[in-house]
Design a protein around this ligand. Structure first.
Ligand code: GDP
Length: 422
């Protein structure tokens, strides 16, 4: 039995989708443990090119089940679209299940999110209603997937909840909703999804008892964690590895591996401080045009990502809060052509070097301390062994190991499943 967690070590978009798709070959179950359809996990494999938003990346293997876990907020319309898309591309989705306890993201959550983002207080969200669904969970006025299995109960809950929701919609100047229209939606979702809804605790614990291999797939990354990231420019859930256990009801002592996925430079989407951010004229060398699957545009939003040099204080922080047992460094191939490569090795705040990640407000004032390394100027995309990488690339990885305090086990040298050096 192995229980693994794949977690983002930076600002999201590190290459988790590719790593989960690769690791899933040895797994029995993949569980997405937080977030909603604001994710965009890119997978390139023998079945094609995919951007998965809700369904875990293990769906492509016949031996693997996939669970949308309790910690998620699920927009059933988006989920049905995604299932359809996979089906149309010949992917068998019969092994995809949904936790009873996952939250239903309602159409009114999206209206509230859009209205809020148009106000001065907007935080640069994807406008998919994620924060509003999580807020309703905390306020105990959300519906869970299990409510679709008891439509009378579902209707009663809507009678209790919707008057409050409509007051909020009115306050935001958004259109109100009727109980009939939302209930109609719930009936449609129940009809299409009921056979996939499972009791998650027994589902996972039965698997553990049978010595099955389970992999937890996180969304976004350390710096976007609701509690530990750059609040308020964070997501509304906890990407941190420990949340995989908390939300799944799996004791932390069951976890064997925590795989921190980082990319060889930095990128971020949305507002907030980003200490190593490059000027646009430098960033174009990384970003590409958007024509290639691995160009630096958001997999969910299509927004041009903000780009920066590798930030080792962030890598170290990710290692601290997640407890990596190993690191995967993706996109090293994107550095193949550079004469020199800059790496941020420390932060200075008010002229003094610090050894922690300061508050969000102070992070704007950070002065990154850079080390300039010699580039390797050669093609790494065909290399499959870390020890075969050019010496300069290996030195780059050693610096990551030194600062992160963890071994680099996998190195991404291209977007596809087999483009990994070990
Ligand atoms: P995720 O959300 O962490 O799964 O990351 P995204 O899918 O949003 O973004 C990662 C991007 O990098 C995708 O376009 C992947 O196809 C691409 N990618 C992942 N690993 C590698 C790699 O090692 N090399 C290259 N060139 N692209 C990669």
């Amino acid at each position: 039995m192995a229980v693994k967690i794949v977690v983002g070590g930076q600002w999201g978009d590190e290459g988790k989708g590719k790593m989960v798709d690769y690791l899933a070959q040895d797994m029995d179950i993949i569980v997405r443990y937080q977030g909603g359809d604001n994710a965009g996990h890119t997978v390139v494999n023998n079945k094609g090119e995919f951007k998965l938003h809700i369904i875990p990346c293990g769906i492509f293997y016949d031996n693997c089940e996939a669970l949308a876990g309790t910690g998620m907020v699920i927009n059933p319309d988006e989920l049905l679209n995604e299932l359809n898309e996979l089906h149309n591309k010949g992917v068998d989705t019969s092994r995809f299940f949904i936790s009873k306890k996952a939250i239903i993201l309602m159409p009114y959550h999206i209206s509230l999110d859009k209205a809020f983002e148009q106000s001065k207080s907007g935080v640069g969200s994807t406008k998919r209603g994620i924060a509003y669904a999580y807020a309703d969970r905390a306020r105990r006025i959300a519906l869970r997937m299990e409510d679709l299995l008891d439509l009378d109960y579902c209707k009663d809950r809507l009678s209790d909840i919707l008057p409050m929701v409509n007051k909020e919609l009115t306050a935001f100047g958004s259109e109100t909703v009727t109980k009939d229209e939302i209930f109609q939606k719930c009936c449609e979702w129940a009809n299409k999804l009921k056979n996939r809804i499972v009791e998650p605790i027994s589902y996972i614990h039965n698997a553990l008892r049978q010595n099955k291999n389970i992999l937890f797939e996180g969304q976004l990354g350390a710096m976007k964690d609701l509690d530990l990231g750059i609040y308020p420019n964070v997501t509304s859930s906890n990407p941190v590895a420990a949340y995989a256990c908390a939300s799944a009801g799996v004791p932390i002592s069951c976890v064997n591996n925590v795989i921190g996925v980082i990319k060889a430079f930095s990128s971020a989407v949305g507002n907030g401080p980003f200490p190593t951010e490059m000027a646009e004229n430098e960033a174009v060398d990384f970003r590409g045009t958007g024509e290639n699957v691995d160009d630096e545009f958001g997999a969910r939003t299509g927004r041009a990502r903000r780009l920066g040099w590798l930030d080792l204080p962030v890598v170290k922080y990710g290692a601290q809060i997640n407890g990596y047992t190993e690191i995967a460094v993706c996109k090293i191939d994107k550095l193949d052509t550079f004469d020199t490569i800059k790496v941020c090795v420390a932060y200075k705040l008010d002229g003094k070097e610090i050894d922690y990640i300061p508050s969000t407000k102070d992070l704007y004032k950070i002065e990154p301390v850079y080390r300039v390394l010699k580039g390797w100027k050669s093609d790494t995309t065909k290399i499959r062994k870390i020890t075969d990488l050019p010496r300069e690339a290996q030195e780059y990885l050693q610096l990551i190991e030194e600062r992160g305090g963890v071994k680099v086990k996998y190195v991404g040298v291209g977007p596809s499943r087999d483009s990994i050096a070990k």
